[in-house]
Write a protein that binds this ligand. Structure first.
Ligand code: AP5
Length: 222
């Protein structure tokens, strides 16, 4: 059975951190819509130019654009044996479109990473990313330090200032959190406590995915 995974959770929950680790361990692509958009912004493509102001305000890019991006990406050969989606879907319309795209494929395994709000604000306020390659700095890294991957300078993400973080959390509660109820009724849905050290979260996540995959393989459909 192909591991078709998606990570739910608020900004700062650790979706990207855990998706990266799991994808590497399993040899499947991590598909982050945030990374795809940031790359488009850096390359000044038409989508990037339109998305930048929206992202800098902490709002969501329009559903039609995001669904088109993900449909194209999931159609590439490397996603045929499984994938891990990070940051998509973020609205009920995106989730419904994803169900359409996944018709006839192995079931989606949905992992919701749960972290208290004060911890999310703390993490995003201290997160660094590399100016050159976009890699997230390890926990505890400071702005001005060097990226472990390419040596580039670590900076703060433009949407990680306090006001935008609070707006992103509001947008999450309004538009994305309803997806937890949308997916919770499926047998391949699991929640993971994300307020633990990263290695502990990774272990719980791997166990939750294995349990959900066993349910999916037993032919129980959502
Ligand atoms: P996106 O890049 O997806 O941002 P996000 O959802 O706000 O998520 P983050 O990347 O902030 O957090 P994360 O959960 O991945 O946490 P991370 O692992 O980095 O989207 C950005 C923007 O793009 C959106 O606001 C929107 O405008 C647009 N967009 C993207 N997708 C879209 C879509 N589908 N539809 C419409 N618009 C879309 O960790 C955070 C920090 O915590 C890091 O510093 C990390 O080192 C640290 N950390 C991680 N785990 C732990 C731990 N266990 N303990 C302590 N620290 C930890």
């Amino acid at each position: 059975m192909a591991l078709n995974l998606l990570m739910l959770g608020p900004p700062g929950a650790g979706k990207g951190t855990q998706a990266e680790r799991f994808a590497k361990a399993k040899g499947i692509p991590k598909i982050s819509t945030g990374d795809i958009l940031r790359e488009a912004v850096a390359n000044k493509t038409e989508i990037g130019l339109r998305a930048k102001a929206i992202m800098d305000r902490g709002e969501l890019v329009n559903d039609e654009v995001m669904i088109g991006i993900v449909q194209e990406r999931l159609g590439r050969p490397d996603a045929a044996g499984g994938f891990i989606l990070d940051g998509f879907p973020r609205t009920v319309a995106q989730a419904a479109a994803l169900d359409g795209i996944m018709t006839g494929h192995d079931p989606l395994i949905v992992i919701d990473i749960v972290v208290p709000e004060d911890e999310l604000v703390r993490r995003l306020g201290t997160r660094t990313i590399c100016r050159l390659c976009g890699e997230t700095g390890p926990v505890g890294c400071e702005v001005g330090g060097a990226c472990a991957k390419c040596g580039g300078r670590l900076v703060q993400r433009t949407d990680d200032n306090k006001a935008v973080v609070l707006e992103r959390l509001k947008v999450y509660h309004r538009q994305t959190e309803p997806l937890v109820e949308f997916y919770r009724i499926r047998p391949t849905f699991r929640s993971v406590d994300g307020a633990q050290p990263p290695d502990r979260v990774a272990a719980d996540l791997a166990a939750a995915i294995a349990a959900a995959a066993a349910t999916g393989a037993a032919g129980v459909q959502g």
